[in-house]
Write a protein of this length. Sequence first.
Length: 169
Amino acid sequence: MLGEKEQILLITDINAHLMNLSFEDENIIFRFLEEDDYNKNYFDLLSNLTSAPNPRFEDWREQFNKIKKSPIFIFVIEDKSKSLIVGSITCLIESKFIRNLGKVSHIEDVVVHLDYRNKKFGSKLVNIAVHFSKKLGCYKIILDARDDAMGFYQRLGFEKRSEGMALYL
């Protein structure tokens, strides 16, 4: 993990990068996930992706604090005029023994609210995750995608490398 000083520098750089992302609507902002996002329909957004029942706030807070202490980083897009989270992406940074003790970024849970699609929000989410991964010195980014989303990720520079598998428990 990064030391406190490195974390501050990285967050400062990422926040500056987020501020430079332009949206047509000044009420749309890009930022890290915050504890109060529980009240901004975050679970409704995630349910566009998979099963995401809304937990009790106390359980949310406990999980949020665990994630904050881990190498997991969640970026969101908020529509401030509606206090609504309309996009989200998760980056998990994995430390490795290979590649000179390198790091790999895993992108997961990319989702944009149905009413906010076709506005380049998904592309901006992926681009910030790529920028973030580069800043952390990752040597590659891995993401799994459904067949119907492959073209989207290929347009953003990703290449199909292997067939993914999962075992749901």
